[in-house]
Design a protein around this ligand. Structure first.
Ligand code: FO1
Length: 321
């Protein structure tokens, strides 16, 4: 069984590549829930949904989130009322949140509901939320946020939710710290620790190390479990030539004191992963990565076609030390 520690878009592409190479029922993903939010009384799990929709071939290609062939009637009504519309919920996507919210209100846990949703999409891959307990990524601003006239200006030191940072403020304001509220009381979902213990390879997807992978590792028991399998852990750098392919990973790394390079990524992952896979653009840094105590594998890591995602998946599976 191949286990992937997963955030959103980068992880979805990695899993889509692995699906071409490995039987679907041999793939498990432990997915971040720190991006989750409650809005309009609905429970929304962006990373679980982005992975589900991508693997189902139903992701909205323009945005990288939500569903293809989407309509926005409900959002238009919200705008008409002056309701909350900064977080875009399409009419089809709303069906997912309505179903999840109803099932959770009936007492089903997030793992059960996720299994029902992936089953309905016909996915053979097992998606496990890292925890079914409340865990939310919170971001403290390093500066006043003048970036949005339509929302209240926030002063340095304000703490907001991940989605208020990422979407409402367009991740356009510097961050001074991140915390994962609820982590200390969160229990790993049933099956997570066993999957880590029994996987033949553990892939750390090219997701944001600080706001997608850390909130997975922070659930009590998970980090130690991954460390105990370090030789089988292969991380894929989300940073290519000093930049993130999507989202604010490079800026966040810099703002939180990490070098936004593959060496910076190596320093973050070296305790839990024996191997780091970096893009050919960073080949000159391979020796510096190895100097951090990790094996370094150089290969194309930009998964802009299914063929490239499958090629990367083959390298990752074959890369463990
Ligand atoms: N990202 C945006 O930039 N703008 C949005 O309006 C937005 C809505 C949205 C709705 C459902 C969903 O599952 C994801 C959504 N995202 C949106 C992406 C979301 O912010 C994810 O957390 C990011 O992809 C980071 O993981």
């Amino acid at each position: 069984m191949i286990l992937t520690l997963a955030g959103g878009v980068g992880a979805a592409r990695m899993l889509a590549g692995l699906m071409q190479v490995v039987p679907h029922d041999e793939l498990t993903a432990v997915v971040n829930v720190g991006d989750d939010l409650e809005l309009h009384g609905l429970r929304i799990s962006p990373d679980l949904d982005t992975i589900t929709y991508t693997l189902a071939g139903a992701i909205n290609p323009e945005t990288g989130w939500g569903l293809v062939d989407e309509s926005w009637q409900a959002r238009t009504m919200l705008e008409q009322y002056g309701g909350v519309s900064w977080f875009g919920l399409g009419d089809r996507d709303l069906g997912t949140h309505l179903y999840r919210t109803q099932r959770l209100s009936e007492g089903a846990d997030l793992a059960t509901v996720t299994a029902e949703i992936t089953e309905a999409w016909g996915l053979g891959v097992r998606l496990l939320p890292v925890t079914c307990d409340a865990l939310r990524t919170r971001v403290t601003l390093a500066a006043d946020d003048p970036s949005t006239s339509e929302f209240p200006c926030l002063s340095a030191g304000s703490e907001i939710s991940f989605q208020e940072y990422f979407v409402q403020r367009h991740h356009g304001v510097p961050v001074s710290s991140i915390r994962f509220a609820g982590a200390e009381n969160a229990r790993p979902t049933e099956g997570v620790l066993e999957a880590i213990a029994t996987a033949t390879t553990i892939v750390i997807a090219p997701s944001n190390p600080l706001v997608s992978i850390d909130p997975v590792l922070v659930v009590p028991g998970v980090n130690d479990a991954v460390i105990s399998r370090r030789d089988q852990v292969v991380a894929v750098s989300p940073i290519v030539a000093g930049s993130a392919l999507k989202g604010p990973a490079d800026r966040l790394m810099r703002e939180l004191g990490h070098e936004p390079t593959v060496v910076g990524v190596a320093r973050i992952y070296r305790d839990i992963a024996a191997t780091l896979v970096i893009d050919e653009a960073d080949v000159a840094s391979a020796a510096a990565v190895e100097a951090e105590g990790m094996r370094c594998v150089v290969t194309p890591t930009v998964m802009d076609t299914p063929e490239r995602a499958a090629a990367l998946a083959r390298v990752v599976i074959g890369a463990q030390s």
